[in-house]
Ligand binder design. Sequence first.
Ligand code: PLP
Length: 445
Amino acid sequence: MSQVEALPGREVEIAELTRHRVLVSWAAQAGLKHTVIDHAEGSYLYTPDGRRILDFSSGLICVNVGHNHPKVVEAIRRQAGRVTYVTPNFATDVRAQLADALSRVSPRGALVKTLFTSGGAEANENAIKIARLYTGRHKVLASYRSYHGATLGAMTLSGDQRRLAVEPGISGVVHFFTPYPYRSPFGVPPEQETEAALKHLEDVLLYEGPENVAAIFLEPVIGSGGLIVPPDGYLRGVREVCTRHGILMVLDEVMTGFGRTGRWFAAEHWDVVPDMITFAKGVTSGYVPLGGVMMSQPIARYFDEHVFWGGLTYSGHPLACAAGLANLEVYEEQGLVERAARMEVAMREKLGRLAERHPVVGDVRGKGMFWGIELVADRKTREPWVPWNTKGPGRMKELLGQLAARDVYVYGRWNLLYVAPPLTASEAELDEGVSGIDSALAAVA
Ligand SMILES: Cc1ncc(COP(=O)(O)O)c(C=O)c1O
């Protein structure tokens, strides 16, 4: 049980105040309904009147260690009693130790320095800036199937439809197509996807002038752009292309980092070492906002002699760093990264059963404890159940409503459900979530 005062009888008041006074994300506000949460523990959220909601997407795919882990809560409490803010020019033990630990768990230990931010979008903003300062080049490339954050630069970088409403964004961003074996943008069978995708990237570079390109940004496993696992060889191929042209490879591991896919960072599945990794979410499991950019030795060295033209009031906030350090300890002590890898089999098997029972399930794919269920109107033609880039949630809203009625929270967009429970979730909790999806799919069929 959480220590906070419970809120019995105040649900209506709080929901109303929220509706009147809070502008919430990605929505026209009229008619929004808010479920009030009183406290949370492990895989569950609790409402003031005692409803228990299974969090089957770890919030926005961030609460990796589960809700209100006592060790993390205690670390935040302890830090709050010592120092809650200093300017980033002072040093704190928690920021130094967290940066050191991050470097240790980075792919092959090759990312040696971290710029801390308050979240994922700010991390990507700063990675664009670092890439431009370091290379002296202007352009940055990113996938059409991507989301890198909602600030102007990160939003421009995102291929996602959410970009369209706020265009024009920053200059110099070019999008390209990345592999999607279930529905190849290159019109080739899955075994040719890697080759076709790399050829397409080389073509784009040829027309953009690789000498003008500072960085290529990629989510190693694409998150809210469709949960797409790249075919073997793709990320290594991009690494080779980047190295050959002097372009920096930036992996956005905001969703995939910190054990979500069964490795500390998803890049490790393919033994790829990028020049930078941007991260957020799982670093603190969302307990306190924190993000950052980890960089290679040459980039770090460049800024020994050159000014880094950037800064944030909250670069390495002590409460966030304390939460981050405690999270990393939890990952290690509880073996959560390895557990996520082991649970891949159970996830595939349990979610696979949904495909057997529901023709609307077109594809089930994922890694570790990061899974997507792609819904189709017709299995043969693979016509999406909700067309991609539809304005508004379409039929997905009804499905999410059916899930909510069963006290199961799942993140869904267009024709994708994102199943990403806390890395601590038990098999029984997985079964509970899958059974909720099973029954919700039956209700909307
Ligand atoms: C891959 C990826 N990058 C960046 C972001 C943006 O992170 P934030 O919302 O912390 O700014 C997100 C958020 O969902 C994300 O999934």
